[in-house]
Design a protein around this ligand. Structure first.
Ligand code: B12
Ligand code: SF4
Length: 475
C-alpha cells in the first residue's frame, strides 16, 4: 500500500513558529516497513494536491493537536473530494480525547492514543481484507456513527518499537528548529507521567501509566541523529521519573562519548532531590532544561495539582543556575490575573534571573480535568485558539487589557536592558554565599541576541496587543 502522512500547516493564530520533525509519523511509518510511505510536511511544503497526484496514496493519515483540528479536517475533506477512493485516517491527542469531532463523511478511521501497534494492525487488515473491528483502540466511521473497537492499553512495551523512520524527514531536516532558530531533532525515550496536573492530558494518553525504553536503544538512536541538528530535544513527558534508569542513560551517553547538546523536561521536585544526577547530565551535554514552575504562589500550584511548591521551584532554579543549565521556565498566566499579578510575575523572573520564559495562558485542553470541570464556562470554543496564547476562559481584566499586560510581560522579560541590569548588579558585588544563584548565568542570552529577538518580536507584540479584536467570544 502507499501511505502518505500529512503534517498540517502552522496555525496562523498561534504565537509560535517552532517546527520540529513529526516524530509521530516517523514512528508510524517505522511500524509498516513493508509499505511505501512518505511524509508531507505542510509547515514547509504547500502543494498537497500535486503530491497526491504524483505519489497516488491509498491512504492518507493526518495528525491534529487541538489548535489544528479545523485545518486537519479541511485538508481531509479536500483529499476525499480529490479522490474518494483514498482512505483518510486521523490520530493524536485531540482525536483520542474528542473523537466525536471527527465524525465526518470524509474521515474513515479515528485512532485513539498511541497507535504504533494499532496502525500496523489496521494497515495489515486493510491490505489483506482482514477484520478492521478486531483492531483495538480505533473508531470506524460508518453510517454517521463511530464504531469504537475494544480499548486496550497495549502500548507500554516501548522496547518493541522499531527506530523511527527518520530518513523520511531528512529532506526537511535543515528546516526543523526550536523557538530560537536552533536546528533541533526530537527523540522519545519514555512516555507517560505518574503525576496528575489538571491542565495536562499527556498522562491520560498513556492511561496513567509510565513506560521507558531501554537506555541502549536510546543511545543507539542518539548516534543516528544527523549532525545538522545542533540540539536534541526529548519529547518525553517525564524523562527523569525513574531515577535509576536516568543514571543509566547518562552513564551510557558518557560511555559512548556522544557529543551532542540536549534539551529535556524535568519537574522541580526531581531536580531538588537529585542535583548530582543533573550535574552528570550537564557534563553529558544537557544544556536546556524545561521546568514547569507554573505558579509564583503555592495556592496556584495547589489549584493545578502540581505537587510542588514555590520553595522547591526556587531550589531547583538555584541548582540549575549553579550547574550552568539554561532554564526554560514555564509559567502560567491565570485568566483571573490583575495588573498587580502581571507585575508580580515579571518581578519573579527578574529576581531569579530567568531569561527564557514561556508565559502560557491557562488553557483547558480537551482531555484535561481542567476542561471537564469548566466546560460550561469557556469564553471561546473555536479550537483554532487553544494554543496557550489566547485566553479560552473569561479574563478578569477584560480581554484588551489582559493581552496588553501579557504583551508587556513578554516585552519586559525579553528586554535587552535586563542583561545590562543583571551585569550592573553583579559587577557591584561578588556573591558571598556560593548558593546565591542570581550570580550564575543569563540562560545563554547575550545583550545582542536579545536586541535581535526584540526586533524580530515586534510583529508578535503588535499581534498580541490586537488579538482581542478577532477572537470569537461567546456571550
Ligand atoms: C515536541 C512537541 C511539540 C513540537 C512539535 C512536535 C511534533 N511531533 O511535531 C513543537 C515544539 C513544534 C510543538 C508545538 C506545539 N505544541 Co507541542 N508538544 C510536543 C510534545 C512534548 C511531544 C510531541 C511528540 O512528538 N511526541 C512523540 C510522538 C511519537 O507521540 P504523539 O505525537 O502522541 O503520536 C502518537 C499518537 O498520538 C498517535 N498519533 C499521533 N498522530 C497520529 C496520526 C495518525 C494518522 C495516527 C494513526 C496516529 C497518530 O500515534 C503516535 C505514535 O504512537 C507534546 C507532549 C507529549 N508528550 O505528547 C506536546 C503537545 C503535543 N503540544 C501541545 C501544544 C498545545 C503545542 C502548541 C500549541 C504550543 C504552542 N503554543 O506553541 C504548539 C502547536 C504547534 C503546531 N500545531 O504546529 C499539546 C497538545 C495538546 C492538544 N490537545 O492539542 C501537547 C500534548 C503538550 C501539552 N501541553 O499538553 N510541540
Ligand atoms: S504537566 Fe508534566 S508533571 Fe504534570 S502531569 Fe503533565 S507531564 Fe506530568
Amino acid at each position: 500500500m502507499k501511505i502518505l502522512f500529512v503534517k498540517p500547516p502552522l496555525n496562523p493564530k498561534i504565537f509560535s513558529y517552532t517546527r520540529y520533525e513529526p516524530l509521530e509519523f516517523e514512528y508510524l511509518a517505522a511500524a509498516v516497513p513493508e509499505h511505501e510511505v512518505d511524509i508531507f510536511d505542510m509547515r514547509i511544503e504547500k502543494n498537497l494536491m500535486k503530491k497526491l497526484r504524483t505519489f497516488k496514496p491509498d491512504l492518507v493519515g493526518i495528525t491534529a493537536y487541538t489548535c489544528d483540528v479545523n485545518t486537519s479536517k479541511r485538508i481531509l475533506k479536500e483529499i476525499k473530494i480529490f479522490n474518494p477512493g483514498i482512505k483518510t485516517v486521523i490520530g493524536g491527542h485531540h482525536a483520542t480525547f474528542v473523537p466525536s469531532d471527527f465524525l465526518e463523511s470524509y474521515i474513515d478511521t479515528i485512532f485513539l492514543s498511541y497507535a504504533d501497534k494499532s496502525f500496523k494492525e489496521y494497515i495489515s487488515a486493510l491490505n489483506n481484507g482482514g477484520d478492521l473491528e478486531s483492531v483495538a483502540n480505533i473508531g470506524l466511521v460508518k453510517d454517521s456513527k463511530i464504531l469504537f473497537t475494544k480499548r486496550e492499553t497495549n502500548y507500554l512495551n516501548l522496547n518493541s518499537l522499531p527506530m523511527p523512520a527518520r530518513h523520511l524527514t531528512h529532506k526537511y531536516y535543515k528546516k526543523y528548529h526550536d523557538s530560537y532558530a536552533q536546528k533541533t531533532a526530537l527523540i522519545m525515550s519514555s512516555r507517560g507521567c505518574p503525576f496528575r496536573c489538571t491542565f495536562c492530558a499527556c498522562w491520560k494518553l498513556m492511561d496513567g501509566k509510565y513506560a521507558t525504553r531501554n537506555v541502549e536503544s536510546v543511545v543507539e538512536e542518539l548516534k543516528q541523529i544527523p549532525p545538522v541538528s545542533k540540539i536534541i530535544d526529548f519529547s518525553d513527558d517525564n524523562t527523569f521519573h525513574n531515577i535509576k534508569r536516568a543514571w543509566q542513560l547518562v552513564e551510557m551517553i558518557k560511555a559512548h562519548k556522544i557529543d551532542r547538546k540536549y534539551k529535556m523536561y524535568a519537574r522541580a521536585d526531581t531536580i531538588v532531590k537529585n542535583p548530582d544526577l543533573f550535574e552528570s547530565f550537564r557534563e553529558a551535554g544537557l544544556e536546556y532544561l524545561t521546568v514547569g514552575l507554573e505558579s509564583i504562589d503555592d495556592g496556584g500550584l495547589k489549584e493545578i495539582n502540581k505537587k510542588t511548591s514555590v520553595k522547591m521551584n526556587d531550589e531547583a532554579i538555584q541548582i540549575m543556575k549553579k550547574l550552568g543549565i539554561y532554564v526554560d521556565a514555564h509559567l502560567i498566566v491565570y485568566p483571573r490575573f490583575t495588573k498587580e499579578d502581571f507585575s508580580n510575575l515579571f518581578q519573579y523572573v527578574e529576581d531569579r534571573c530567568l531569561f527564557r520564559n514561556t508565559f502560557a495562558v491557562l488553557t483547558p485542553l480537551p482531555g484535561t480535568d481542567l476542561y471537564a470541570d469548566n466546560l460550561k464556562d469557556l469564553a471561546i470554543r473555536d479550537y483554532d485558539y487553544f494554543d496557550f496564547g489566547h485566553s479560552i476562559f473569561k479574563t478578569h481584566l477584560g480581554r484588551k487589557e489582559f493581552y496588553k499586560q501579557l504583551a508587556n510581560l513578554y516585552r519586559k522579560a525579553y528586554a535587552p536592558g535586563r542583561i545590562i541590569r543583571y551585569k550592573l548588579r553583579h559587577s557591584r558585588r561578588v556573591p558571598e554565599n556560593p548558593d546565591d544563584f542570581y550570580a550564575y548565568n543569563t540562560d545563554g542570552f547575550s545583550f545582542w541576541v536579545l536586541v535581535l529577538m526584540y526586533i524580530i518580536s515586534v510583529p508578535y507584540f503588535i499581534k498580541m496587543l490586537n488579538i482581542h479584536k478577532s477572537e470569537p467570544i461567546r456571550n
